[in-house]
Design a protein around this ligand. Structure first.
Ligand code: SIN
Length: 271
């Protein structure tokens, strides 16, 4: 087993994202290594690992180090285990999972705290994923707007109709009300928590005001100054913190295929 001192963390930029080297995720992690990865995750929000041909069993084991595993309300899964969410796009796909800014399943009452995606098949070019820092997005707003948003809640709604085919056992369309700005339970920092994928309405204001605020915030969130972009290779892994990160998977590789498995970790009610 490798000593924890062999881990190297290389930030992609000052705002979000770091590549982790010197870790073999096909092996069980020592507590010291887990702690280093966890600390780096809290600091950089998204971590990337290269050349990690993990089995589904190891993937599940790694995910469980961060908490109980989440089951997606509607997505297909692998190996008859709903904790192994399938991410797959090919020439016959009608859509690609995650191609729009979102935080995973934010319409759950207790949205997942994080997601760990392993891609085992990648297109020749493209299929990158963008990640955006929602602490930075909140902190870049003016004080009056921050003050307003801190008072507000928003309705998050899922509708997976026609998105994932018909499979069992799950088939739920959750919806939930969350604060527009949430406090991260580990770092204590405030992050914007509205996203174009799920947030439909800011509550306690008129529909016009809600639309105007959401349009402004969705544009603001998409500022490249808050982002990093990850170029996948076969057996890359990315893990992102849904409490303070949004992501956008780019479907620019048609008719090629892209496939992987996501393990998602349960979170708690945003506050
Ligand atoms: C997702 O989990 O939203 C998909 C991310 C990706 O495929 O890069």
């Amino acid at each position: 087993m490798r000593s924890s001192s062999s881990i190297e963390i290389e930030p992609l930029n000052p705002v979000i994202g770091a590549v982790v080297r010197g870790v073999d995720l096909t092996e069980s992690l020592t507590d010291a290594m887990f702690q280093q990865i966890h600390d780096a995750w809290m600091e950089h929000l998204v971590l990337f690992f290269r050349d990690q041909p993990i089995t589904p069993e190891r993937h599940l084991e790694f995910g469980k180090r961060f908490g109980e595993l989440h089951i997606h309300p509607a997505a297909p899964y692998a190996h008859e285990n709903p904790q192994l969410m399938v991410i797959h796009t090919d020439k016959d796909s009608k859509r690609q999972n995650g191609s729009g800014w979102h935080s995973d399943v934010s319409a759950d009452e207790e949205p997942p705290l994080g997601s760990i995606l392993h891609l085992h098949h990648v297109p020749t070019y493209g299929g990158d994923t963008l990640f955006a820092n929602m602490y930075a997005a909140f902190e870049a707003l003016s004080e009056p707007i921050q003050g307003l948003l801190l008072e507000l809640e928003a309705r998050h709604v899922s509708d997976y109709t026609g998105q994932y085919g018909d499979h069992k056992p799950q088939r739920a369309f959750p919806s939930a009300t969350h604060p527009v700005v949430r406090t991260h339970p580990v770092t204590g920092r405030q992050a914007l928590f509205v996203n174009a994928g799920f947030t439909r309405r800011i509550l306690g204001v008129s529909r016009n005001e809600s639309n105007a605020l959401l349009t402004m915030l969705f544009e603001h969130i998409a500022n490249p100054a808050f982002q990093c972009r990850f170029q996948w290779q076969k057996d890359s892994i990315a893990m992102w913190d849904n409490r303070c990160v949004q992501h956008f998977a780019i479907w620019d590789y048609y008719p090629e295929s892209r496939s992987g498995i996501r393990v998602t970790v349960k979170g708690d009610k945003p506050f």
